[in-house]
Design a binder for this molecule. Structure first.
Ligand code: WT7
Length: 641
């Protein structure tokens, strides 16, 4: 049985939610009357230009929260702070990978956002238009996002690690009219070009009118006259007065693409009032933030974690956040601890993958720095294995800092299952309990709740304010993916169990989705990329357990007729996938095979392949298997390697 860590007394005394009794009381109130509960939170945390007529309209699975209300997210993140003691408080403490620093106060950030919003407005963009943001981790990325939300322009941030192909697919699906990008960025001391990918993608995107380019690296960047514009040139003529537009609470705010079980990514749509209400509330409940704290989330803004917990949550809560451009090992493996020491970071939020990568490099890196400012640690993206948890707790937190292991998804908008640091006794590896207002359950295939310690499917029984509203352009897929399996409930795609004390243990995905370094990647997406290569006949992809990244991409490939050099082709295919999707999707392993195991109906049996890469044997049920010898050969091949 694992250890249990009660909240340190000192921590609990000052915490926003100071005890399990306080948590239970909040939870009970939310459960009894969720609408009154969320209305109270929304009143307290958010500025509304106009109040709602109804808290929730639930036409399952389509929700409307704070019906008829008017608010603006950029206003909540900026304007409401600049009339308070926070006006000259630092909002973003930015550090570039080469070492530059910028400290943007709330007033300064407000000025820059207003200027850029005026740039967008002067080029004719307005509420409801779609903007693609393809930028590195520099302050202009949140500035562009906040300028969009100020005007009601729907943004879609595409992670800078995605390829031109992936960028193109997103622009096209969204019918975006403007791309906001940068010349490049720094990663491990090298320049990563971004504008070059835009140049490759945009010619096949007829909806695009403008490409706005921020100059980050100053390297040679060809500009297409009429289409491409330098940010600094447009900004030079912009005025600083740009009132935030009062938007309907259900106004579409952003679309973020995430992998599903097919080859086509899903554009998850989030809206305005419910999203900002729940994200803001969590900053206090979960990160226990107070005005004097310095907070750092190490994610990339291109993923949902960065949207909610680098940009919108922290700014709405009036926090000082650290933002870092580069990689954790540059110039060496203590970069993060230098940052913690330098800015006296109090609350740090990162991923199990990063923690495991750091463990491998040894304790001497963190031990060389003063980490005594830290008071709370967070983890997100995948289950954290107890060994990594213990290391994070003792080596980084010096056994003094609670760890919030936060479970949530792109579709959820904000954290749903997590400890509250001043209240919850922690069990390493468990995300513990739902936040108030969230009613999870674990059920069997027929939707019946399973008992304690039984594995089942993780579902949510009630709607919540920051939930996704639909899949962009495909409401049927939204229903089908999340709501049809267990009617009336949201299906997460995860397996979980609850122990006898009621703690939730999330076990991982039950669908054909991999989790690589905390990033979601669909097996089908990689398979479709592979079969686009002229040498490939068929491909089957599975996640293989990996010591650092949690899972790694493992591909089984059959080839078309011909003479192939497997070593070279293997390298080429790995590169090919990186080009088709992005570097983070690059397969760890390509295995060539004469055939793939299939059911009689022709479906690839990924379960067997998963078993092969995990255990190198096949023990499960194979009665539906068409050609058993294929499986045996695949398993045997591993022994030969
Ligand atoms: C999937 C969501 C929103 C966070 C970033 C990833 C897994 C996430 C945990 C956790 C166990 C976790 C789940 C989930 N996951 N956090 N604390 N413990 N599993 O967002 O790309 O939408 O992926 O990540 O499997 O379904 P995402």
């Amino acid at each position: 049985m694992s250890n249990v860590y009660p909240p340190p007394e000192e921590f609990a005394k000052k915490a926003h939610v100071p005890s399990m009794d306080a948590y239970r009381e909040l939870y009970r109130r939310a459960e009894q009357n969720p609408e009154a509960f969320w209305a109270e939170v929304a009143e307290r945390e958010i500025h509304w230009f106009e109040k709602w007529s109804k808290v929730l309209e639930w036409d399952a699975p389509f929700a409307k929260w704070f019906v008829g209300a008017k608010t603006n997210i950029s206003y909540n993140c900026l304007d409401r702070h600049i009339t308070t003691h926070r006006k000259n408080k630092v909002a973003i403490l930015w550090e570039g990978e080469p070492g530059e620093q910028r400290a943007l106060t709330y007033l300064e950030l407000h000025r820059l956002v207003c200027r850029f919003a005026n740039v967008l407005q002067s080029r004719g963009y307005k509420a409801g238009d779609r903007a693609i943001i393809y930028m590195p981790m520099i302050p202009e990325l949140p500035i562009a996002m906040l300028a969009c939300t100020r005007l009601g322009i729907i943004h879609s941030v595409v992670f800078g690690g995605f390829s031109a192909e992936a960028l193109k697919a997103r622009i096209q699906d969204l019918g975006a009219t403007v791309v906001i990008t940068a010349d490049g960025s720094y990663r491990r001391g090298k320049e990563v070009k971004l504008k070059a990918a835009v140049d490759e993608a945009v010619p096949e995107c007829p909806t695009i009118q403008d490409v706005i380019v921020y100059q980050r690296t100053g390297s040679d960047t060809p500009m297409q006259i009429g289409r491409d514009h330098w940010w600094h040139e447009l900004d030079a003529n912009a005025t600083e007065d740009c009132p935030a537009l009062p938007l309907d609470s259900e106004h579409p705010m952003f679309v973020l693409y995430t992998s599903g079980t097919t080859g086509k990514p899903k554009g998850i749509l989030h809206t305005t009032g419910g999203y900002i209400t729940q994200v803001t509330a969590g900053m206090k409940w979960i990160f226990d933030l107070r005005d004097e704290d310095t907070y750092w989330c190490s994610a990339d803004i291109g993923w949902i974690t960065g949207h909610s917990y680098i940009v919108y949550g922290p700014l709405s809560a009036g926090t000082t956040s650290v933002m870092y451009e580069g990689s954790l090992d540059f110039p060496q493996f203590d970069r993060w601890w230098r940052i913690v020491e330098k800015y006296r970071v109090n609350v740090m939020y990162t991923s199990p993958t990063a923690i495991r990568a750091l463990i491998r490099q040894g304790e001497h890196w963190p031990n060389a720095h003063d980490l005594s400012s830290l008071r709370l640690l967070g983890s997100v993206g995948e289950p954290i294995n107890p060994a990594a948890w213990e290391w994070y707790h003792t080596v980084i937190g010096k056994s003094r800092c609670p760890i919030v292991d936060t479970w949530w998804q792109t579709e959820n908008g904000s954290i749903l299952i997590t400890p509250l640091p001043g209240a919850t006794p922690l069990k390493p590896g468990s995300a513990t309990f739902p936040i108030p207002g969230i009613i999870p359950d674990i059920v069997d295939f027929n939707g019946n709740p399973v008992g304690p310690d039984r594995e089942g499917y993780l579902i949510m029984r009630r709607p919540w304010p920051s939930m996704a509203r639909t899949i962009w352009g495909d409401p049927e897929r939204f229903k089908e993916q999340y709501w049809n399996k267990f009617p009336g409930s949201y299906f997460t795609g995860d397996a979980a169990r609850r122990d006898a004390d009621g703690y939730f243990w999330v076990l991982g995905r039950v669908d054909d989705v991999m989790n690589v370094s905390g990033h979601r990647l669909s097996t089908m997406e990689v398979e479709s990329a592979l079969v686009r290569h002229p040498a490939v006949a068929e491909a089957a992809v599975v996640g293989k357990p990996h010591e650092i990244t949690g899972q790694a991409v493992c591909c089984f490939v059959t080839l078309k007729r011909g003479e192939w050099n497997h070593d070279e082709l293997g390298k080429e295919l790995r590169q090919w996938v990186a080009k088709e999707i992005g570097g983070f999707a690059r397969p760890e392993e390509i295995r060539f095979s004469d055939a793939l195991p299939k059911t009689r109906s022709g479906k690839i049996m990924r379960r067997l392949l998963r078993e092969i890469v995990t255990t190198n044997t096949v023990a499960g049920d194979v009665t539906t298997l068409e050609d058993m010898s294929v499986v045996t050969r695949l398993a045997a091949q591993q022994d030969e390697d």
